[in-house]
Structure formats: C-alpha cells, structure tokens
Write a protein that binds this ligand. Structure first.
Ligand code: UDP
Ligand code: MG
Length: 335
C-alpha cells in the first residue's frame, strides 16, 4: 500500500476556513507554523476568509506578509463552513491536504500523526475526537439523534466523532473538487468518495477566542441537509407507511361490514372517523413537507449557481511551484 505521492518528497497544503476569527489569527499561526516546520516537508497554508465582518482579512494579510507560504482566498460573502472548505480545497495543490479549524480546537501537533498514516498508504486520515468539551446538553442530544438516524438511513457510514479535521490525499481532493452538488454535507462526502480511510485520535481543546458559529438552527439545518443529501429513505418510507395503513384500513372495513351485517347499522362512530381523518391528514402533510424539501434541493441544484464566489486571492494563483515554505530543499529532490 504505497501511493505514488507518498514515496517522493511531498508537499503539504493546510486548508483553514476563517469566519470572524480575527482574534485567533495570530495565535493560530504562532502554533501552526513551528509544527509545519518540524515536519520536514514543503508546506503552504490556504486560508479562506468566509466573508468575515471583523479584521480577519487584514490579519491574514499581515500573517502573509511575514510568511509568503500563507495564502488567502477572500470570498465575496459568508458562504458557510462547508462551502468555504470547497473554496479552500479547490485552491489546494499539495500532495496531501489537511483541513483544520482556525480556533485551535484541532491541535496542529496531530498533523504529524496524520502524515505518518498517509505514508502508510491511507488516502483519507480522519481525526477522531476523544471527548467534546464545548457542547450544551441540547446539541449533544441532537448530535446523538442525528447519528442514530444517519447510521440507519444513509448510503454511507460516517465514523462517529469525526469532523473536518482530516488529511486528504491529492487524489481525494481532485475527486471532491469535481463533485458538483450544491448541498455540501462534507462529512457525508468524505465517506462517499471511498478510498483507503483510517483514523487517529485527538483531544479537542477549548475554543481559543470568540464563540462557535453554529447555533441550534444551523446545526438542525446541517442535520436535515445531511440526511436528505445522503439518503432517499425519507422519500421512500411513505410507501411502507401508506401500505401498512391501507392494510389496517382494509381489515377495519371488513370488520365493520361483518358487524353491520350481523348487528345492523349503528350511528355512533364519530371518534373513529375523526381519528382516521386527522391521522391521515397529518401523514399527508408530513409527506408533502418531505417532498418539498427534496424539490427545494432539486431546484437549487438546477439553478446551477456557483458554490462560492471569490473576491480576490493572495498567493494561491502564483503557480503550483511557487510560494512553498521549505520548497528549496524539497523541490530539488523532487526533480
Ligand atoms: N467557519 C466558517 N464559516 C462559517 C462558520 C464557521 O468558515 O460560516 C469556520 C470557523 O471560522 C472555524 C471553523 O469553521 O474555523 C469551525 O467553526 P466553529 O468553531 O464555529 O464550529 P465548531 O467548532 O463549534 O463546530
Ligand atoms: Mg470551533
């Protein structure tokens, strides 16, 4: 198991989404850069500014002034983390790409372990969270429910406790960049593409500054997106529900007919009628809602809008052989 990319001296691209992380920029690079320098590879960092309204962009450009291997993709507005990652991946040219959060919840020190596994031949190395420290009871319950549903319904299994903190071989990055879908449920996409996948563990740290960008609504939206993007079950289940209800209804009709034949017509029956009408009405509305959700998804795919819009880039379009830190040494061996 040795992919070609792991045998020759290689280059590592780090992809980081930034949304209003101005207060974290400096401490993030202060911790990341020494780690990268210690790996013995050429590296660069692709920072995506996801429409921040604070001084994130200025600080990123200041960091770039000190380290030319830090590159910036500035999006035209906030597109959300999943699309910001797509933007970062489409500008990542390394043989391996590591995705990491800007808030230092993902310890950069674990990147060495990921590289090791990658060299063993794994094309996707995901980091498994040992314990999440920053969650409220509500989000914890929601996460549980989501995973329980997703495990049962989805076309692909998603390892629990994993997120975007992971290493992707450049081949995997190419494949993900070619996936046209607009509903970017990255967790599902990582699994869906296949390849040899392996995990390392990490202990999640407290967010350094600021607070999480995912409110309850955001998480719910992400959960529904994930389920409907990777499963047709919510569409199909109504056939079974419908068939079961019709079956019971048929039995009930038989029962009423026989009863009427034996005992004659009895007028009461209001409760049973109202119950059946309400129950079926509810189910029909629910089904309509689910259909609507998929149709909405089809609508947004059909519009074919771009996933993200880039306002400006700094350094990423310099050409594949420029702007690598440590490339002088490694680049020579490469040729
Ligand atoms: N993020 C982003 N766009 C968004 C929301 C978040 O690029 O719309 C980035 C954010 O700057 C951080 C990462 O995604 O680097 C994870 O965000 P956060 O820490 O808020 O999420 P959590 O760790 O709570 O899952
Ligand atoms: Mg975080």
């Amino acid at each position: 198991m040795t992919p070609a990319s792991a045998t020759s001296p290689s280059r590592l691209t780090i992809v980081v989404p930034f949304f209003n992380e101005g207060a974290n920029v400096q401490s993030f690079f202060a911790r990341l850069v020494p780690v990268l320098n210690g790996l013995g590879l050429a590296w660069d960092v692709v920072c995506v500014n996801d429409g921040s309204s604070d001084d994130t962009l200025d600080r990123l450009l200041a960091a770039r002034a000190r380290h030319p291997a830090i590159k910036v993709v500035d999006l035209s507005r906030n597109f959300g983390k999943e699309r910001a990652l797509s933007a970062g991946l489409s500008h990542a040219t390394g043989d391996a790409v590591v995705i990491i959060d800007a808030d230092l919840q993902h310890p950069p020190e674990r990147i060495a372990g990921m590289i090791e596994k990658w060299r063993e031949g794994y094309e996707v190395v995901y980091a498994v969270r040992e314990e999440r420290t920053d969650q409220t009871l509500m989000t914890r319950i929601l996460r549980r429910v989501f995973y329980a549903l997703f495990d049962r319904l989805s076309e692909v299994p998603v390892p629990h406790g994993t997120g975007d903190f992971r290493l992707l071989d450049h081949r995997v990055v190419t494949v993900i960049n070619r996936m046209p879908e607009r509903t970017r449920f990255m967790k599902g996409i990582y699994s869906w593409v296949g390849f040899r996948q392996g995990g390392i563990s990490y202990r999640e740290e407290e967010r350094r500054e600021g607070e999480t960008k995912w409110g309850l609504r955001g998480l719910l939206r992400l959960g529904v997106d994930g389920l409907t993007a990777f499963s047709n079950f919510p569409l199909r289940v109504w056939t079974i529900v419908g068939a079961t209800i019709s079956g019971f209804a048929f039995l009930y009709i038989l029962f009423r007919l026989i009863r009427t034949a034996l005992h004659g017509v009895d007028v009461p029956g209001y409760e049973s009628i109202i119950m059946i009408v309400l129950f079926l009405g509810g189910i029909q509305l629910l089904t309509l809602g689910i259909l609507g959700d998929y149709i909405g998804r089809i609508f947004s795919e059909v519009k074919g809008r771009p996933l993200f819009i880039v306002r400006a880039t700094y350094g990423v379009d310099d050409g594949p052989d420029e702007g690598w830190h440590g490339a002088e040494k490694v680049g020579a061996e490469r040729r």
